[in-house]
Design a protein around this ligand. Structure first.
Ligand code: GDG
Length: 729
């Protein structure tokens, strides 16, 4: 069977009526170009209006058969809370740096979750394990994570059509963590510009505390790749339209109507991000000084948008009021300078407008990309009749269209001057500016964009290691348990048995962990040891009451199962360096808010988990090099681990503590499990009956890997015959 490319966007590209009409947006053509022999295209989305329950199955059948579309039916109230509410009143304004437009009602959140869940149900119904899923935009931010939880092998891409703002703005959202975590379920996340990518990564680091490289975010279950892939226009459709008769007719008509006039064109959805009111101020200013207003026509095509959201209704009224005012002020007997269309025009008419206009005036206050700017450029195909593009520096498109007259839309004087310059520009300069832009826009079109994204998504290896492999480990443990010999278990605590907490003192064992350890400890043939970098006090407090052996401070002390006193394994080891190093760490603690020192018997640790993540990491790098220089001749080991820098005597490590603990006992199997660098000394012991398990995603010499502490606990349960949980979960 063909592999499917399942494209999921909030809105299906169809209009429901007597007939079902397929819309012809850029995304539709871009993806149609991908339909190859090996890829079958499917669409999932909301069909645009609430459908009566008794009509749903008929509409669904027709959508599937005629258009390969799978509808997600939402009742009116869920659709309102999801779309008008959470998506467009709370997330959209923040993505566009406009917290003053932010509105939030707690009852919208359950609608948002429910709608995303219904989308996930539909994907699950349609998708096979080997398929590709491409999710679009902020309305579906929770969907990638839901899909990963349900179908871990599915390859999921996510594309942001909007900007992604600075963390300082995004953090205003009450559900910021859920939203970001939702997106991180994807294998690949695409942005129009590097600026948006950089902001997104920063939000991940600061909100979720995940350390990441610039374009890779490692998570226990998979990696998310971040990529810059600016969207393009449907160049082929535009070119073909401009060859057609309908276009020629409209073009001719425009030339006649505006025979002696210069046209300055703006096209957009009526949205506060598009900068319409500020643009009108600039036009007002320009007209006040313009020598011949009769020769000028500003045409606005303002497409009605999100009319269910209050601020859009207010904007519409304000725009009409301002236009009336400006036209009143500058109209002459023969002309009123602004022609305002509140509606859509046919694509042929739009192309004719682009081609006939002398200036394309595109001045959003902020815009993910802005395809109108690119379409305007593409329509300047006749060498003798080329217009000029004025483009806001805050549109993503400005990064590619830098030969335009780039303006600051907040500066009415600068925009007014740019209009003057554009109208006065000589033909040569217009052509010189336009040619390289048009070349790029025609080549890097929507098809090229979609192909690049999908090819890279398809090349990603399935995220989860085959469950089969861990089954082999379970079999080995079970075999050892059923055999005649004994079994030793050396289990690290934080990050292995127990999830990491921001405050180390909060990581007390849960009831589930206590019960699990008790069951293991009660097994006659099993010798259980908890082996940790924690102090004797911490370990005693956390698991000291259980009948298990404890090894503290990475192997510096050991306490027998049920024992009370600790045996010190560090008798001949010097800690004379501690005093001087403590003074140094105190300086770092003082200058790095949120960091703190842990003074253990044999070692010193500087923790920076609660410091600013970037500043903390930077200071930690400095500290590690300073320590390396200071302690070059001391028998210590300096470790820059997970949000810590630690100095320990070099003779002490978990591996040697295990050798000590085992002593003369002959074990059938020795199981070691851990999550960080200090656990590698156990994994590298080289004993032939060793079974080693790494929890988490970093490099390791362990034989097996599990993604999370929860998966490790499930593994232990399986080993002792509790079949209720799957370790691959
Ligand atoms: C979002 C992001 C990002 C407009 N009026 C008519 C009409 N249009 C078409 C244009 C263009 C599209 O609508 C508008 O696209 P934009 O990119 O300008 O803006 P948004 O709708 O805000 O889109 C944006 C985009 O997603 C893609 O990632 O660039 O930043 O906000 O294609 O041609 N089409 C017709 N009649 C009209 O009256 N036929």
């Amino acid at each position: 069977m063909k592999r499917q490319l399942i494209n999921v966007s909030n809105r299906l590209p169809v209009t429901l009526g007597e007939e079902i009409k397929k819309s012809s947006g850029g995304l539709v053509s871009a993806l149609a170009g991908l339909e190859r022999e090996d890829l079958a295209l499917r669409w999932i989305g909301w069909p645009g209006k609430a459908v009566e329950v008794d009509q749903q199955s008929d509409i669904e059948r027709r959508l599937r058969q005629e258009h390969h579309c799978m509808p997600v039916f939402l009742d009116q109230s869920t659709a309102h809370g999801h779309y008008d509410g959470l998506s467009n009143s709370s997330i959209w304004p923040l993505l566009h740096y406009m917290p003053t437009y932010f509105r939030y009602q707690p009852e919208w959140w359950p609608d948002f979750v429910a709608a995303n869940r219904l989308f996930a149900d539909k994907v699950q119904e349609v998708a096979g394990e080997n398929d590709l899923v491409w999710v679009h935009d902020y309305q579906l931010m929770l969907l990638p994570r839901m899909l990963r939880e349900r179908m871990p092998n599915l390859r999921v891409g996510f594309f942001w059509h909007t900007p992604f703002p600075s963390y300082e703005v995004f953090r205003c959202h009450p559900h910021r963590e859920d939203l970001i975590e939702g997106v991180l379920g994807a294998d690949r996340v695409g942005f129009h510009t590097f600026g948006y990518l950089r902001h997104f990564r920063e939000a991940v680091v600061r909100l979720l505390g995940i350390e990441s490289e610039i374009t890779t975010i490692r998570q226990p279950t998979h990696q998310t790749q971040l990529a810059v892939c600016p969207i393009g226009i449907d160049a082929r459709r535009l070119e073909e339209t401009m060859k057609g008769e309908s276009f020629a007719g409209h073009y001719q008509k425009l030339c006649e109507t505006y025979r002696d006039q210069k046209i300055i064109l703006s096209v957009e959805r009526l949205d506060y991000t598009k900068g319409i009111l500020r643009r009108l101020n600039a036009i007002d200013r320009f007209l006040s000084k313009a020598p011949d207003v009769d020769r000028l026509k500003f045409i606005f095509v303002s497409v009605p948008s999100r009319e269910g959201v209050e601020q859009y209704q207010e904007l519409r009224q304000e725009v009409s009021r301002r236009i009336g005012q400006i036209n009143g002020r500058h109209a002459t007997l023969n002309n009123s300078p602004i022609h305002f269309i509140h509606g859509t025009v046919e694509f042929e008419q739009l192309c004719a407008l682009y081609a006939r206009s002398d200036v394309g005036l595109v001045t959003p206050l902020i815009d993910g990309m802005n395809l109108v700017a690119k379409e305007y450029v593409a329509a300047q195909s006749e060498p003798g009749r080329v217009g000029t593009l004025i483009l806001s520096e805050f549109a993503g498109a400005a990064e590619e269209l830098f030969n335009a007259l780039v303006v600051n839309p907040y500066d009415p004087g600068a925009v007014a001057d740019a209009i003057g310059m554009a109208l006065a520009m000589d033909a040569r300069e217009k052509a010189d500016r336009m040619a390289p832009m048009r070349n790029r826009v025609m080549r890097m079109d929507a098809r090229a964009w979609a192909r690049a994204f999908v090819d890279d998504l398809a090349a990603i290896e399935p995220a989860v290691e085959p469950a089969r492999k861990i089954e082999a480990a379970i079999d080995r443990v079970k075999e050892a348990m059923n055999g005649g010999g004994r079994l030793a278990m050396f289990l690290d605590y934080d990050g292995t048995l127990r999830e990491i907490e921001r405050q180390p003192s909060a990581a007390v064992p849960t009831a589930e962990i206590r019960e699990l350890l008790e069951r293991l400890a009660a097994m006659r043939k099993v010798d259980l040891t908890i082996i940790s970098g924690r102090s004797e006090e911490d370990l005693s407090a956390f698991v000291g009451r259980l009948p298990v052996r404890l090894i503290a401070e990475h192997g510096a002390s050991i306490r027998a199962a049920g024992g009370r006193s600790w045996e010190r394994l560090d008798r001949n080891i010097s800690t004379a360096w501690k005093e001087q190093i403590l003074r140094l760490l105190q300086l770092y603690e003082q200058s790095t808010p949120g960091s703190r020192i842990e003074n253990k018997r044999t070692s010193l640790v500087w923790h920076y988990r609660n410091a600013d993540p970037e500043f903390g990491a930077w200071k930690a790098g400095h500290l590690a090099s300073e320590l390396a220089a200071l302690l070059a001749n001391d028998p210590v080991h300096i470790r820059h681990g997970r949000k810590i820098v630690e100095v320990t005597p070099s003779g002490i490590h978990k591996g040697s503590a295990i050798v000590h603990a085992i002593g003369e006992v002959r074990y059938e199997l020795i199981l070691c499990a851990g999550d960080d660098q200090t656990d590698e000394s156990m994994f590298r012991l080289g004993l032939e009956n060793l079974l080693s398990i790494k929890v988490g995603d970093r490099q390791t010499s362990a034989q097996y890997r599990l993604p999370t502490p929860a998966a490790f606990r499930a593994f232990l349960r399986r080993c002792i015959g509790d079949l209720s949980i799957n370790p691959a979960d």
